[in-house]
Every structure is written in C-alpha cells, then in structure tokens.
Design a protein around this ligand. Structure first.
Ligand code: ADP
Ligand code: MG
Length: 299
C-alpha cells in the first residue's frame, strides 16, 4: 500500500463524514469480519425518555423524581440525562429548583450514587440495589420486570437504605440501524449486539434490527465488554467495535478497529480509530466500503 493512495482514502473519508485517525486505520478496516455494536447511543439514539415513575408504598412520586433527577444531574449517561431532564421539567412547573449533589460516584454499568439534600441516594439497575443489601419490594420488582419484558429499561431509586421507586425509560432505535446491519452482513461481517442493559431490552432491539438472538450479549459490565472483544479475537475474528460511551472506551481500544459515534463522549472518541461524524451506522458501512476500495485501487 502506498502512502499516497491511503491518504486519498482518508481524504475521501472526510468527505463521507469519517474522521480517520491515520492512514494505517484503513488497513485494519479492510480486514474486519466481525462488528460488535454497543446498544445504547449506537444502535439506538440514546435520547431516552422517562415514561413512568412508580413508587413504593408511602412514597411521594414528586420526591422520588426530584431526588433521582438531582443526583442524575451529575451523570452523562443517557439514562441519567432522561431522568434529570424530566425532573428539571417537573421542578420548573412547580417553580422549584433541584437540590445539589455531593459525593457523586458512578458505578460503571450499574448506576450512580451521591448525597442529595442530606440523603444517600442510589439510582440504577435493580441489581445495584440488590448488591447494596436491600432487594426491591415485590411490587416494584414486578413493575421493573414488566417494563423490561416490554423492551424498556427499569431503574430503581433508593435512599437511606430503602427502595423508594422504579423509573421506566424508553429509547428508540436509530431509523437507519436495521438497513446498516443488513448492509454490514452483505459485506460479509457478523454483527453482534453488546449491552450493559437487561436481556429483554437487548432482545427487543436485536429483533428490531435483525441481529440473531445468539449474537446478543446483554447485562455486561464495562470491563466485560473488553473481554467479549478479546474472546472473539482469540477465536481468530478481526473485530470492529462501534460505541459511544465512556464505558465503551476500553473495548474500543481492544478492538482491531474502534469506531465511535460523533455524538459520543470525549473519552470514547479518544479511544477510537475512526469517528462517524453523522452518528449513523450507515457511516460504518461507508467506512468498510471505502477501506476495501482504497486498497483495491493501489494493488
Ligand atoms: P450500554 O452498554 O447499553 O451503553 P451501560 O453499560 O452504559 O449500557 O449501562 C447499563 C445499565 O446500567 C443501563 O441500562 C442502566 O440500567 C444502568 N445505568 C447506567 N448508568 C446509569 C445512570 N446514570 N443512572 C441509572 N442507571 C444507570
Ligand atoms: Mg452506549
């Protein structure tokens, strides 16, 4: 491969909205045979909406939303943004302000915790609560299960050691994801859906975009995402990973080719080899076509 021909490839990439870290990236792009797709923010828009707030007996709905939203103000996660946006809107309607947060901490792939108005608040996967000594009461657990069976994300809210409510959140599949996955398959790539979200949500999204149930890996922690990529590589696959979040950064770096959505966080963009400016999986298809064409031209 001559450097000039490769530079032509990266120049063409820029026209297609592909920011390619260096000419050598096209080489790995060409060899890819497996494409691991993060769900939230990659296959889906990541523009989540809060659909419902369910409360434990004796709890006040507005208070559950207010404390959860105040805590999530400090989070960049799409789930957190949906919650803080809804809480801010509710606060504005009652001319109140969301309280501040101290001692904020993220438990990667699980949720967030911090002190809000003197209370130790936890918001995250029901498993986060289970791991913290108190299981969800059965009525809330049932609400979470029903939401997940309907393809939605359920997060639990607790403070001072007691579960206070369950929030139901919905995401939307990007309109071009199914077409892009079909084309990737047409190019000989095997698409795999990877997510920290629950298995029912993952299965619903997979069915919608045409990924086989055996190619879905759900409920993985961020560190395990890297492990999934490594395992595929150990099986002699050349792996591209497409992601957007902080928690995808390590897996993006581990992959033979890391593609990052243009809407992704800075940490993810730094870990990637190639940025999809359009934040559209069809741009990943363009990248692979371009890489193959560029190298064919110069042979
Ligand atoms: P994905 O792999 O789909 O991008 P993540 O690994 O980022 O998902 O998150 C996995 C799950 O952890 C989310 O579906 C959500 O249930 C929970 N979670 C992550 N961050 C937060 C947060 N800030 N607030 C509440 N829940 C969260
Ligand atoms: Mg994501």
């Amino acid at each position: 491969a001559t450097p000039t021909a490769l530079l032509v490839g990266t120049g063409r990439g820029a026209q297609l909205g592909l920011l390619i870290r260096g000419p050598e990236v096209l080489e790995s792009t060409r060899r890819v045979d497996t494409i691991v797709l993060d769900k939230t923010g990659t296959v889906t828009t990541g523009e989540m909406t809060l659909l419902d707030v369910a409360t434990a007996a004796g709890e006040d709905r507005d208070e559950v939303l207010r404390l959860a939203g105040a805590l999530e103000n400090a989070s960049e996660h799409p789930v957190g943004r949906a919650i803080s946006r809804a809480a801010a809107a509710a606060a504005e309607r009652s001319s109140a302000e969301l309280p501040g947060v101290t001692e904020f901490a993220t438990k990667e792939g699980l949720g967030v915790r911090g002190l809000v108005a003197g209370r130790a608040v936890l918001v995250g996967r029901p498993r986060l609560l289970t791991g913290c000594s108190q299981p969800l009461p059965t009525d809330l657990a049932e609400i979470a299960r029903t939401a997940e069976a309907a393809g939605r994300t359920a997060v639990a809210v607790s403070w001072d050691g007691r579960a206070r409510g369950v929030l139901t959140i919905a995401d939307a599949v990007r309109p071009t994801s199914a077409a892009a996955i079909r084309e990737l398959r047409g190019l000989g790539l095997r698409p795999i859906l990877l997510t920290g979200d629950n298995a029912s949500v993952a299965a619903t999204v997979a069915a919608e975009v045409g990924i086989a149930p055996e190619d879905v890996v759900a409920e993985v922690l961020p560190a395990e995402k890297t492990e999934v990529v490594r395992r595929l590589q150990a099986g002699n696959r050349v792996v591209a990973m497409v992601g957007d979040g902080v928690n995808d950064a390590a897996a993006l770096a581990q992959a033979d080719l890391g593609l990052v959505m243009g809407t992704g966080t800075d940490v993810a963009i730094e870990a990637g080899d190639l940025t999809l400016v359009r934040a559209d999986l069809l741009a990943a298809v363009d990248a692979i076509r371009l890489a193959r064409r560029t190298l064919v031209t110069i042979q």
